[in-house]
Ligand binder design. Structure first.
Ligand SMILES: C[C@](O)(CO)[C@H](O)COP(=O)(O)OP(=O)(O)OC[C@H]1O[C@@H](n2ccc(N)nc2=O)[C@H](O)[C@@H]1O
Ligand SMILES: Nc1ncnc2c1ncn2[C@@H]1O[C@H](COP(=O)(O)OP(=O)(O)OP(=O)(O)O)[C@@H](O)[C@H]1O
Length: 299
């Protein structure tokens, strides 16, 4: 196998996100439920005749050398070399972006996770899911979740993951048109950093219907709304249709619905100045069966 084309890198929503403390290194301790949804970037991988890792298309705002996909592939290539005493062939990768950057949808992390799964298969590198998660974590706090591949209750800095049944919902997501830099939110003096820890069971008792998906809150939301007024405007608009909240460190804002029709009705009313779309919750990562579990890969 020399190619893997059209590999999805799905977005996530943080159904709630509590900041419960801060580590000595400045990273924040979180509790969150991560939900995969069926809106995705698409990545295409081709083995090369040399040993270079190259991105073949331009991605606005992300130079090739900084792309999390390129950096993840180089990390795995070095790990392969450490284990096998030789470099595996290089990879050309094309990244078709659909997910907005700085959107709180985890796009960059998901791209990197998809790249790790694809290269692990193309190179037959044989790393376990846990080994890929450890390799990816230093590149982005959300990468382990995408490799975990199912709805998860997350603790630590987002790397301590437990599977949890999520609600089966349709989501309307509004892109407020600003990119929110994650560090700006976490470094704000007025961020709430002392939310009381919750238990998985507290969340699980709220997952039977989409109207009660509003367990907890997003502690990053007030800061993001203050620093980025378009986020506040989107929250305010969507709140008149349900329990609207921000995902991750923003900027995107979402609301859950129990049917596609209900989502469509709200989507049709979203003011034209915003990009908005609907997405369905995913129980598992679309590459889970084929790549993550090494059960043979469809080319
Ligand atoms: C908040 C979330 O969106 C939840 O999904 C993510 O944990 C953020 O993940 P991300 O955008 O991939 O962020 P990273 O690139 O890992 O971190 C960016 C910066 O955010 C801050 N950061 C991030 C995660 C975390 N648990 N505590 C932090 O304080 C740190 O200053 C870090 O340097
Ligand atoms: N392949 C990539 N796709 C998107 N962003 C990338 C990529 N590689 C590096 N980046 C950098 O990562 C930053 C964050 O992008 P990303 O889409 O992951 O944000 P996000 O959705 O806010 O993530 P999170 O929910 O993890 O905070 C971008 O502004 C960009 O500089």
């Amino acid at each position: 196998m020399r190619s893997l084309h059209d590999c999805p890198a799905p977005a996530k929503l943080n159904l709630f996100l509590h900041v419960t403390g801060r580590r000595a290194d400045g990273y924040h301790l979180l509790q969150s439920v991560f939900q995969l949804i069926d809106r995705a970037d698409r990545l295409h991988f081709d083995l090369r005749d040399d040993d270079q890792i190259r991105r073949t298309n331009d991605v606005a705002g992300v130079p090739e050398e900084q792309d999390l996909v390129v950096r993840a592939l180089r990390l795995l290539q070095a790990e392969f070399a450490r284990r096998h005493g030789r470099l595996p062939p290089g990879i050309s990768v094309r990244v078709d972006k659909v997910l907005p950057m700085g959107g709180g949808l985890g796009g960059g992390s998901s791209d990197a996770a998809t790249a790790l799964m694809a290269a692990n298969a193309l190179w037959q590198a044989g790393l376990s899911r846990e080994e890929l998660m450890a390799l990816g974590l230093p590149l982005g706090a959300d990468i382990p979740f995408f490799l975990f591949g199912e709805t998860a209750f997350a603790e630590g800095v987002g790397e301590a993951l437990q599977a949890v049944p999520g609600p089966d919902c349709w989501y309307v997501v509004i892109e407020p048109g600003v990119a929110v830099p994650t560090p700006a939110i976490f470094s704000a003096p007025d961020l709430t950093r002392d939310s009381k820890p919750v238990k998985i069971a507290d969340f699980s008792s709220h997952t039977d219907s989409c109207s009660t998906v509003g367990f907890g809150k997003n502690d990053l939301q007030d800061v993001a709304m203050r620093l980025f007024p378009p986020v506040a405007e989107a929250v305010e608009w969507l709140s008149s249709h349900g329990d609207a909240r921000m995902t991750g460190s923003g900027a995107c804002v979402f609301c859950a619905f129990s049917s596609e029709d209900a989502a469509d009705q709200v989507l049709a009313q979203v003011p034209g100045k915003w990009t908005a779309w609907k997405a369905k919750s995913l129980k598992t990562h679309p590459l889970m069966k084929s790549l993550l579990q090494n059960q043979g890969v469809v080319e």
